[in-house]
Ligand binder design. Structure first.
Ligand code: ATP
Length: 513
C-alpha cells in the first residue's frame, strides 16, 4: 500500500543521494588515489554500503522506538509486583547486549579485513564477463582458471562468514539462557505466592503475560541497538571515505594569466607514491612558446610521467614546473588543465557517438558539427568518419545496441581529434603515431605543424621518423634528458639517438637507446 510506496521512494532517493556523494568524491580525488589498493577497497565498501546502510540505520532506530514503547507499557504492569522484577529483566538482557556489540564490531572488522579478497573475487567475476578479456580467455583457455580462483575465494569468504554466524548464534544462545533463568526464577516466585494465596490466578496469568512480553521487548530492543551499532560503524567508514581530502588543491590566491605556453621543468624529481625509484631525477626541460619538441627514450624513461606532472596529477617531490614562468601550484587546477590538451597513451574509448567522442574534448564551447568536422580533418580521420554508416552520429563501441567498433588505430585518431578540438596553448601528445601505419605516419609531423598553428607542442614518440621533424628532440633516459638538439645535431653527436638510427633505420622504433 501507501507505506510500501513511501518506503520505496525513500530508499531510492537515499540511494541516489549517497551515490551522488560517492561520485563527487571519485571526481575530486587525486589521480594518486587510483593507484593505491586501499583506495579501491574503501571505494568498494562505500559503494556497496551506501546502498542500504542509511536506510537500515533508520529502520533500526524505528525498531528501537517501537520496542521502547512496548517496554514502557509492560514495565507499568510489572512494577506493582515489585520494581526488582524490572531490574531483573534489564540485568538479564545485559549479556545479550554485550554479545550484540561485540558481534557488531567483529562483523565490521571482518568486512574491513576481507575487502581485498572480496574485490579480488569481484575482479575474477569481471574478467569472466568482460569484453576486454573475452578473446584471451578463449585462446589461452583461461576461463576455468579464473573461475576456480573465483570459487576458491568465495569458498573462503563463505566459510569465514559462516564461522562468524555460528559464533554469533552460540553467543546469543548463551545470553538467551541467562534471560530464561531469570524469567524462570521470577515465575517460580510468583507461583509460590499464588500457592500461599497472596495473589490470584488472574494475577499470575497477567504477570506471566507481562513478563514474557517484557522479555521479548527487551530482546528486540537489544537487537535494534545491535543493528544500529553495526550500521553506524559502516556508515562511519563511508563518511571516512567521503572525508578523504585531495592533496592537489587550488592555491589560496590563484594567478590567472593569459598563457602563451612556455613550459619549464627545473630540477624536478618525482617518485610515485609507494615507490622508491625516481621516475624523474633532477629533470630539466625548457620548451619555449610555439616550439614543437619531441621526447624520445626507452620504455620506463619517464616520458609519460612528465606529462602527468605537467597536468598536475601529482606534485613533484623537488624542483618546480612552470608555465610562462608561473609555478603550476600558483594556478587554479581547473585553469591549468584548460590550458592543456592531451592525447594520452591509452585514450578512453567512450561508448558514445563519434561526434560525442570528439566533442568531449571541450564541453564548454559546445562544439557543433562544423568544429567537430574540423577536428576530424586535423586528426586525418575524415575517411574513418566517412566510412561509418551514420557519419558523426554513429555510436561507437559494443556496449549498447547499434554500436560499431573501430580498430585500435582508428580509435587513436578519434582520440586525437578530441585532443585537437580543445583550443589550448599547450598540446601534449603521448605516442600519437604508435598505432599509425607507416604511410600515415611518414609526414604526420609536418601535417601536425599546420594543426598546431604556432602553439607549444610536446610529442612523445618511439618513432624516430616522427621525432626527426620536430624543432628539437630530447632524448630521455632514466628520468633525465641526456641529449637535446635537432636531428642533424644529434646525428653528428654520435650518441644514443644516432646509434638508434644506425640500428633501426628510418622506420626505427627507439626501443633501447
Ligand atoms: P613507455 O615508453 O613504456 O611509455 P615512459 O617513458 O612513458 O615509458 P613512464 O610511464 O613515465 O615511462 O614510467 C617511468 C617509471 O615510473 C617507470 O619505471 C615505471 O615503472 C614507473 N611508473 C609509471 N607509472 C607508475 C605508477 N603509477 N606507479 C608507480 N610507478 C610507476
Amino acid at each position: 500500500g501507501l507505506s510500501g510506496w513511501i518506503r520505496t521512494a525513500q530508499s531510492e532517493r537515499v540511494h541516489d543521494h549517497m551515490m551522488g556523494l560517492i561520485h563527487r568524491q571519485c571526481i575530486d580525488m587525486d589521480l594518486a588515489f587510483y593507484e593505491t589498493p586501499e583506495y579501491f577497497d574503501h571505494l568498494h565498501r562505500a559503494r556497496s554500503e551506501a546502498r542500504y546502510r542509511p536506510e537500515a540505520l533508520l529502520e533500526s532506530i524505528g525498531g528501537l522506538l517501537q520496542s521502547s514503547i512496548t517496554l514502557v507499557a509492560m514495565f507499568a504492569v510489572l512494577i506493582p509486583y515489585g520494581p526488582w522484577i524490572v531490574l531483573a529483566l534489564v540485568i538479564s538482557t545485559l549479556p545479550a547486549f554485550a554479545v550484540a556489540l561485540r558481534q557488531g564490531r567483529r562483523q565490521h572488522a571482518w568486512r574491513l579485513r576481507t575487502t581485498a579478497d572480496e574485490r579480488r573475487a569481484w575482479y575474477h567475476d569481471w574478467l569472466l564477463g568482460a569484453a576486454e578479456a573475452a578473446a584471451e580467455l578463449r585462446l589461452f583457455g583461461l576461463g576455468e582458471y579464473f573461475q576456480s580462483s573465483y570459487q576458491a575465494l568465495r569458498r573462503r569468504l563463505r566459510q569465514q562468514r559462516l564461522d562468524l554466524a555460528r559464533e554469533q548464534g552460540l553467543a546469543q544462545a548463551r545470553a538467551g539462557l541467562v534471560a530464561l533463568l531469570v524469567m524462570g526464577a521470577a515465575m517460580f516466585w510468583m507461583v509460590w505466592r499464588a500457592l500461599q494465596g497472596q495473589v490470584t490466578l488472574g494475577d499470575l496469568a497477567l504477570f506471566y503475560q507481562a513478563l514474557s512480553q517484557g522479555q521479548s521487548g527487551m530482546r528486540s530492543l537489544v537487537d535494534s541497538l545491535g543493528q544500529m551499532f553495526v550500521n553506524m560503524l559502516f556508515l562511519g567508514d563511508l563518511f571516512d571515505f567521503l572525508a578523504l581530502e585531495p592533496q592537489v588543491v587550488d592555491p589560496a590566491e590563484p594567478v590567472s594569466p593569459l598563457l602563451t605556453g612556455a613550459v619549464h621543468f627545473e630540477g624536478v624529481s618525482f617518485h610515485y607514491p609507494g615507490s622508491r625509484r625516481l621516475a624523474l631525477d633532477h629533470f630539466d626541460l625548457t620548451v619555449p612558446a610555439g616550439q614543437i619538441a619531441a621526447i624520445v627514450g626507452p620504455n620506463g624513461a619517464g616520458k609519460s610521467t612528465l606529462v602527468k606532472l605537467l597536468c598536475r596529477f601529482y606534485d613533484p617531490s623537488a624542483g618546480r614546473i612552470a608555465l610562462d614562468g608561473i609555478d603550476l601550484r600558483q594556478l587554479r587546477v581547473e585553469d591549468l588543465r584548460r590550458d592543456l590538451t592531451v592525447l594520452f597513451q591509452e585514450p578512453v574509448h567512450y561508448s558514445a557517438s563519434v561526434g560525442e567522442n570528439i566533442a568531449l574534448g571541450d564541453l564548454e564551447t559546445r562544439a557543433g558539427e562544423r568544429e567537430i568536422a574540423e577536428a576530424v580533418r586535423a586528426a586525418s580521420a575524415e575517411e574513418i568518419v566517412a566510412r561509418l554508416p551514420e557519419g558523426q552520429a554513429t555510436l561507437l563501441g559494443k556496449w549498447f545496441r547499434g554500436g560499431t567498433d573501430l580498430s585500435v588505430g582508428e580509435w587513436q585518431r578519434v582520440a586525437l581529434a578530441r585532443a585537437f578540438l580543445r583550443d589550448a596553448p599547450v598540446m601534449i601528445l603521448d605516442e600519437p603515431t604508435s598505432a599509425m601505419d607507416p604511410w600515415a605516419e611518414a609526414d604526420w609531423l609536418e601535417r601536425f605543424r599546420g594543426v598546431a598553428g604556432g602553439r607549444t607542442a610536446i610529442v612523445i614518440t618511439h618513432r624516430l621518423s616522427t621525432a626527426m621533424r620536430a624543432d628539437v628532440i630530447h632524448v630521455m633516459k632514466e628520468g633525465r634528458i641526456v641529449e637535446s638538439g635537432s636531428h642533424e645535431t644529434l646525428m653528428s653527436l654520435g650518441g644514443d639517438y644516432a646509434r638508434s638510427w644506425a640500428r633501426q633505420g628510418a622506420a626505427g622504433v627507439l626501443a633501447s637507446v
